[in-house]
Design a protein around this ligand. Structure first.
Ligand code: ADP
Ligand code: MG
Length: 515
């Protein structure tokens, strides 16, 4: 055998050794990668278990909601649910007539609105609406500065809208004023601002009557207009719902945040003895975002999110179900997974940014129907500036979105049934006292609005499915969730009309018969 032959054999031998080594490395890598993948699936399974909401657990949440409602009505501070009095005992019923105004102050913009009502549930659409930003410097100035600015804009709006039928400065006008800041109502048209949120910091306003501050500014600016209703946005939604459908008994908002209100018997409001209204009823603003119960399925992600939030131990229900938080919960789960595996392609630093994953983006990934989940890949890459995401990682992302949204929607459904149970409109399927399909089950409408419910189809479908599961198909047919948008504007104008209109007073809460 010549040298070449020997050399060739030696090369062949080396190649063989190298091949075995490479294969060994590859096998080692794939074993490690399989192990990491198993850990990702482990995190996923753990999440799924911790977020489980079987109907039995949902019924416990229903009961807890009803119990907490009782406690919040029994005494001030008796429950995490504040159960605030609104002094609204008259809801619009469609008979209102006249021209009414509304002012909606809830964030960086304020809206003014004029609506003309002609009775018989006249078509109130489209109302005249204008929106304006609040100049930054006024958000931290004095209450006179802020309300003078708003009053001047309102006056200019009124003059423009009334010019066609002869603007008269003497004419008296009525206004509904919606405030999306925490307010303790002292009457239907007055209330004390508890604190500012959303970047406002006008210190001389806190602890003072916000409706009166507006009223004084209207007078200073020579606009003859009376604030006849001071309204929380859920109450506006209830009012608008009731205007269209007198069976409306509650309203729920599920958007960036979440809240609910409903019609209660005044004699059930124990903490306010001697409360008398002509209808015997009053709308109660639950502030249900702060509901809490040990039956809520809480995960380590919820605990961390709460601890790192600016308001720990507050708004517990809201942090599990509203649009502000769902994307953030998903981010926390995937961050945990990406500490186990690099399949998400995300550099930890990007995925570590709190609230980088907004809920609308989460919804877009969740609802991606393409066979290879192209949308998930695109959105993920855009958000985190990473290269292509492997298909199995895309599937995990969708699954996490699904678990988090499903839990949120089912808990929201349980909250709604909790309200129905409190007012005896759950048909007994929860209390178990009566058979399903009981003749006493009355049609109950819940007005609902907010971007999470209206724009996130999967969320909405899960919520409706859970309602049917909790109530049973028969009873669920009597519970109607009606999308009622723009209650914070229109609803306030309608409440102004209802609380002002007389001859005869449209005391329409009476049409909401309580058990
Ligand atoms: P707000 O609650 O701020 O008054 P909206 O009722 O319009 O306003 O709700 C907006 C919220 O709804 C957003 O913050 C977001 O969380 C959620 N949202 C809006 N659009 C979508 C969407 N397409 N998918 C999922 N969530 C959405
Ligand atoms: Mg809103």
């Amino acid at each position: 055998m010549g040298r070449i032959g020997v050399g060739a054999m030696a090369v062949v031998g080396l190649v063989a050794v190298a091949a075995v080594a490479v294969a060994g490395v590859a096998v080692g890598r794939s074993v490690r990668s399989r192990r990491r993948w198993r850990r990702v699936l482990g995190v996923l399974r753990e999440l799924e278990d911790a977020c489980e909401t079987p109907v039995g657990r949902l019924r416990q949440v229903v009961d807890a909601m009803a119990v907490e409602m009782h406690a919040g009505l029994a005494s001030e501070g008796g429950s995490k649910l504040k159960m605030l009095l609104t002094f609204v005992d008259t809801l619009p019923n469609g008979n209102e007539k006249g021209i009414y105004y509304a002012l909606d102050l809830g964030g960086t913009n304020f809206r003014v609105l004029q609506v003309q009502l002609e009775g018989r549930r006249s078509s109130i659409f489209p109302p005249e609406v204008e929106q304006q930003p609040i100049p930054q410097h006024l958000m931290t100035s004095t209450r006179e500065d802020l309300f003078d600015f708003i009053a001047a804009s309102l006056k200019e709006f009124v003059e423009r809208k009334e010019v066609s039928f002869g603007y008269s400065p003497e004419k008296r006008r009525e206004l509904g004023f919606t405030v999306s800041f925490p307010v303790k109502q002292t009457s239907v048209s007055s209330g004390i601002l508890i604190r500012w949120t959303k970047g406002f910091a006008i210190h001389d306003m806190v602890g003072k009557d916000i409706a009166e501050s507006l009223q004084l500014a209207l007078a200073r600016n020579g606009l003859n207009m009376r604030v006849v209703a001071l309204v929380n946005d859920t109450v506006g939604t209830l009012a608008l719902g009731h205007y269209h459908d007198p069976d409306t008994v509650a309203a729920v908002i599920i958007g960036t945040g979440t809240n609910a209100c409903y019609v209660e018997r005044t004699d059930a409001i124990i903490k306010c003895q001697g409360l008398v209204t002509t209808s015997g009823l009053m709308v109660v603003n639950m502030e249900w975002g702060s509901f809490w119960s040990s039956h809520l399925p809480r995960t380590s992600y919820d605990i961390d999110l709460d601890a790192e939030s600016p308001n720990p131990n507050e708004q517990g229900f809201e942090k599990m179900i509203s649009g502000m938080y769902l994307g953030e919960i998903v981010r926390r789960v995937i961050l945990r997974m990406s500490q186990e595996s690099d399949i998400f392609g995300a550099s930890l630093s990007n995925l570590s940014i709190p609230f980088i994953l907004r809920t609308p983006l989460m919804a877009a990934m969740h609802e991606d129907n393409s066979p290879d989940l192209r949308e998930v890949d695109e959105k993920w890459r855009e958000m985190l500036e990473v290269p292509e995401v492997p298909k199995k990682a895309r599937k995990v992302i969708v699954k996490v979105c699904d678990i988090v949204t499903r839990r949120a929607a089912r808990l929201a459904a349980a909250g709604i049934v909790g309200i129905l149970k409190k007012i005896g409109r759950d048909g007994g399927s929860i209390t178990g006292g009566r058979s399903r399909g009981d003749a006493r089950m009355r049609r109950s409408v819940v007005a609902i609005e907010g971007g999470l419910y209206t724009s996130y189809t999967m969320f909405r479908e899960y919520l409706l499915e859970a309602l049917r599961e909790i109530l049973g198909e028969d009873d669920a047919r009597h519970v109607i969730l009606k999308v009622t948008e723009d209650g914070s504007g229109l609803g306030a104008a309608l409440l102004a009309a209802a609380s002002h209109s007389s001859t005869p007073p449209p005391n329409t809460v009476d049409s909401v018969q309580m058990p």
